[in-house]
Design a protein around this ligand. Structure first.
Ligand code: UD1
Ligand code: CA
Length: 452
């Protein structure tokens, strides 16, 4: 059967009261990406003619985030949050104008994969007007139950609060994701009433109404983990744990070694090369790319950074946005790198702050070096040519440039540019007094003897 054009309606208007948060529920993050972002990503991967996002009246940030990720999306406002059917009807215009199938997805179900959405859409055919994504719940409480008939077709969905004791024992539950291949979906939704325990307009009632119109509803079953709905912070943490477990496995299957996988945290977009070794307790924020053969020693933190092939970083190194390492770079313990590019083979092995700079290939940054990049108002750049040697405990006061092959003496405070191949030292020269210590000790001993 040729697939009909698809409209996806993403519901994101729920207040999310159970999160107890000033931030809308769908803006909470899993693996560094909002739940809305995860949901929209799955929509984007599925071929859809139109994506409609339904947000609440005071959710300007949700609208902006949706449009930033999917500029062609249509955003609708559900004025009163009176249930999931009301939410779908907020996109009435999009649904009425659309000739084809409609898929409804909840933005609080972030682990859903595009493969499952495809499978659900594919369930629609000439005799199946509605397809509901269901799962077998280990603990079904709180979910709507799928009531199927002896013929295998779905009869109705019963919300937890409205279910009888017998119905509550059913473990086949509604994920919330549904595909409609009806010609009059708006007509079906308009007939939904709110005579139920919550006094809400339930989308789930569409099943019985569509059936009364002669349509048939089928169920597609998927794994419980994939359709976990997030209503509270503990569920958010559980979803994060599930996501991380999958991410770790994927990274290992792609050829990286994780010594203690359960202690390494990835973002949704982390890229890890082949033969990378990651020691325990490492955190990857968004926007990180790690090249092949990189060794990450224990306790490192990365965000928006790129680490070139063959580099060795950590333990205890921090990479902030804009850290860009070439190949075979060494970054050692307690080194912080921010908005700084390091050429191939450069080294900063101990206790340094490298901010807003450029470090040429093969340069060596001594222990305790600080790039003094901030004057209280603006940030300034420190630029080092290739093969530069910075002695320990030097402060480079930006803006400043150190020419190729130059040396900076240990303990110097550099405020002026240093020429190629020069040595710059700013510390006071050493003053040595021969025999001074011996005379000093003798004087003290004599005084003590006298005092008896
Ligand atoms: C819903 C389903 C339930 C299913 C469960 C799966 C209904 C009536 N119930 O229950 O059968 O087992 O999801 O997780 O559909 N939303 C709006 N506007 C509203 C209300 C909700 O946009 O007025 C959005 C929310 O942002 C959320 C989604 O719809 O993304 C689901 O709403 P929620 O209140 O979490 O529904 P559940 O009670 O979990
Ligand atoms: Ca929910």
């Amino acid at each position: 059967m040729t697939r009909r054009p698809l409209l996806i309606v993403v519901l994101a208007a729920g207040k999310g009261t159970r999160m107890k948060s000033a931030v809308p529920k769908v803006m909470h993050e899993i693996a560094g990406r909002t739940m809305l972002g995860h949901a929209l990503n799955a929509c984007q991967e599925l071929w859809a003619e139109t994506i409609a996002v339904v947000v609440g009246p005071d959710m300007e940030d949700v609208r902006a985030a949706a449009l930033q990720q999917v500029p062609y999306a249509c955003v609708y406002i559900q004025e009163r949050q009176d249930g999931t059917a009301g939410a779908v009807l907020a996109a009435r215009e999009a649904i009425a104008n659309h000739k084809g199938d409609v898929l409804v997805q909840y933005a609080d179900t972030p682990l859903l994969t595009v493969g499952t959405l495809e499978r659900l859409h594919a369930r629609l055919d000439d005799e199946t007007g509605v397809a509901v994504l269901g799962f077998d719940a280990s603990d079904p409480s709180g979910y709507g139950r799928l009531l199927t008939g002896a013929d295998g077709w779905l009869q109705a969905i019963r919300e937890d609060k409205d279910a009888s004791d017998d119905e509550r024992r059913i473990t086949l539950c509604n994920s919330g994701v549904m595909a409609f291949g009806l010609d009059n979906l708006v007509g079906v939704l308009d007939r939904i009433e709110n005579a139920n325990a919550k006094g809400e307009f339930y989308l789930t009632d569409a099943i019985e109404i569509a059936r009364s119109d002669g349509a048939r509803a089928g169920v597609v079953v998927c794994a419980e983990d994939e359709v976990m709905g997030i209503n509270s912070r503990d569920q958010l943490a559980l979803a994060e744990a599930i996501y991380q477990k999958q991410a770790r496995l994927a990274v290992m299957l792609e050829g990286a070694t994780l010594i203690a996988p359960e202690t390494v945290w990835f973002s949704y977009d982390t890229e890890i090369g082949r033969d990378v070794v990651i020691q325990p307790n490492v955190f990857f924020g968004p926007g990180v790319t790690i090249g092949d053969n990189v060794e990450i020693l224990a306790n490192c933190y990365f965000e928006q950074s790129r680490i070139g092939a063959g580099s060795r970083v950590g333990p205890f190194a921090r990479f902030r946005p804009g850290a860009q390492l070439g190949e075979h770079v060494r970054i050692g313990n307690f080194v912080e790198v921010k908005n700084t590019v390091l050429g191939d083979g450069a080294k900063a092995n101990h206790l340094s702050y490298l901010g807003d700079g450029e470090i040429g290939a093969g340069s060596n940054i001594g222990a305790g070096t600080i790039f003094c990049n901030y004057d209280g108002f603006e940030k300034h750049r420190t630029v080092l040519g290739p093969g530069v040697f910075i002695g320990s405990n030097a402060s480079l006061v930006a803006p400043v440039k150190i020419g190729e092959g130059a040396y900076v003496g240990a303990g110097s405070v550099i405020t002026k540019n240093v020429a190629t191949d020069a040595l710059a030292v700013t510390r006071a020269s050493q003053d040595e007094r021969p025999g001074w210590a011996a005379k000093f000790r003798a004087r003290i001993m004599k005084r003590r003897a006298k005092a008896g």
